[in-house]
Write a protein that binds this ligand. Structure first.
Ligand SMILES: [Zn+2]
Length: 482
């Protein structure tokens, strides 16, 4: 064990799934032509007045409830002043004192150990625009930069954790747990790779048992859950090395480079007084009524933790399988829908996590895009149970159905795949083979039971693999002991 303890706190920005922007009616839509979703309000023209998007407040309250936060009776917006070309107003409307919600918690799991991580606060703010640096990844070294304000003033929710995390693995687990919740309650797409979920991490180290935190640095630019872990591992290592060599950690913001897996200094860390926050004079306080909060609570649905408990406890699914199902809301929905039509949850789960997931990975599809419905899967599994298909035939049929979108019935017909379970038909075939192989019959009768597999093989060959192997074995034993 290292003599140092690492302390990590995360600030997560989640883009909210609203139709319009935070303070105007412009579309909140990703991927449109640059500067098409803008108006005088979101580009900060003089004399305009912002109006709060009620849906954004609703989604933030929903998140606050899911994360067990206390929702403040009154919260206010503030202006955070700074100049940057992606911020046309020269200030960002955010919340500072009196955020929307505070004092929540979330459960994470690392190496089968569960831990509760505190949520300090959840507040609302507006996003900045996007700069495209031509000729380089960052503004440094680029030929010129272009500004797209479509994203300017779109609703952003900031979720700040307590400094409760102790390892880079824990930080990754926290991000994943948070992403699942946001996805489950349908407030955010929660995809780090696409930027709808972004994270800044504060990290410091101290000797075990030391009363005070060490000097922290802030790490930015982590574009995947894995990158969060790698960036913090690199920064943790750097802190230890600096301290071991007798150096001092400087409070600063550092940029993570995924290629070199190292961090480098960007700028000295601003303090909140640098932003000269003051209350936004054009917006009224948010004062949600209790009845509205209760209405929102009803829309929460089942959260991932509860669902996982049900999958393992009630359905008897292996914890590892359950984790894979839960990791994708659409996949766990697909599973729940399947078992409405098929009452063996373990079997259904294994097919979804096994063959279907393998196909999706290969085809780079999400389960939502499949034309093969949960009901189709239930029917296929029933055909196996009814002896109409062997499980290897069912795999063939499944892959063909997934690829082509054809029905199970059509594929079975086309490929002549139905399994022969009919005893009289199989008995006839078995009898022929027994008659044609007297030598092997003799061997069986003198006690060489392994020869049974020879007969099974012959029958499978004669039926092109369509014979039900269990029925075949039973018939052979009967016939050969006559
Ligand atoms: Zn606008």
């Amino acid at each position: 064990m290292s003599k140092y303890e690492t302390v990590i706190g995360l600030e997560v920005h989640a883009q909210l799934k609203t139709n319009s922007k935070m303070f105007c009616g412009c579309a909140n839509h990703f991927g449109d032509a640059p500067n098409t979703n803008i108006c005088p309000v979101c580009t900060g023209q003089p004399g305009v007045l912002p109006v709060i998007n009620k849906k954004a407040i609703e989604l933030a309250i929903k998140t606050a409830l899911a994360l067990n936060c206390r929702i403040n009776k009154s919260s206010i917006f503030a202006r955070k002043q700074y100049f940057y070309p992606d911020l046309p107003k020269d200030f960002q409307i955010s919340q500072f004192d009196l955020p929307l919600a505070e004092h929540g918690k979330i459960t994470i799991e690392v190496n089968d150990v569960k831990k509760e991580i505190g949520i300090t606060r959840i507040h609302l703010e507006e996003d900045a625009g996007k700069l495209v640096h031509v000729g380089a990844a960052r503004i440094m070294g680029s030929d010129y930069s272009l500004a797209d304000y479509n994203r300017a003033a779109t609703p952003l929710m900031e979720i700040v954790s307590e400094p409760d995390l102790r390892t880079p693995e824990g930080a990754k687990a926290y991000m994943e747990a948070l992403a699942h919740i946001l996805e489950y309650i349908d407030v955010c797409d929660a995809k780090m790779e696409e930027g709808s979920l972004r994270c800044d991490a504060n990290i410091s180290i101290r000797l075990h048992g030391a009363p005070k935190f060490g000097t922290k640095t802030e790490v930015k630019n982590m574009n995947s859950f894995k990158a969060v872990m790698k960036a913090l591992s690199a920064e943790e290592k750097r802190h230890r090395e600096v301290v071991e060599e007798g150096g001092t950690i400087i409070q600063e913001t550092r940029f993570y480079d995924d290629e070199t897996e190292t961090t480098s200094g960007m700028r000295s860390k601003e303090h909140s007084h640098d932003y000269r926050y003051f209350p936004e004079p054009d917006l009224v306080p948010i004062e949600p009524e209790q009845a509205w909060i209760e209405e929102i609570r009803k829309t929460l649905g089942e959260l991932p933790e509860a669902r996982e408990k049900k999958f393992v406890g009630e359905y008897g699914i292996a914890p590892e399988t359950s984790k894979i199902l839960i990791s994708d809301k659409n996949m766990s929905d697909y599973f729940e829908e399947t078992i409405k039509h098929y009452d063996k949850p373990k079997i259904a789960a294994n097919w979804i996590v096994g063959d279907i997931t393998a196909f999706l990975k290969e085809a780079k599809l999400s389960i939502k895009e499949l034309s093969f419905t949960p009901e189709n899967l239930a029917n296929l599994l029933k055909l196996i149970d009814g002896g109409k298909l062997s499980s290897s035939m069912a795999k063939t049929v499944l892959i063909e159905a997934l690829k082509t979108g054809k029905t199970v019935e059509d594929i079975i017909k086309e490929q002549g795949l139905s399994q022969i379970s009919d005893e009289s038909e199989l008995q006839k075939i078995a009898q022929d083979i027994i008659n044609n192989n007297p030598k092997q019959v003799e061997q069986f009768k003198t006690g060489k039971e392994a020869v049974l597999m020879f007969f099974v093989g012959q029958i499978m060959k004669a039926t092109k693999g369509r014979a039900n192997p269990d029925t075949v074995q039973k018939i052979l034993k009967d016939e050969l002991s006559k």
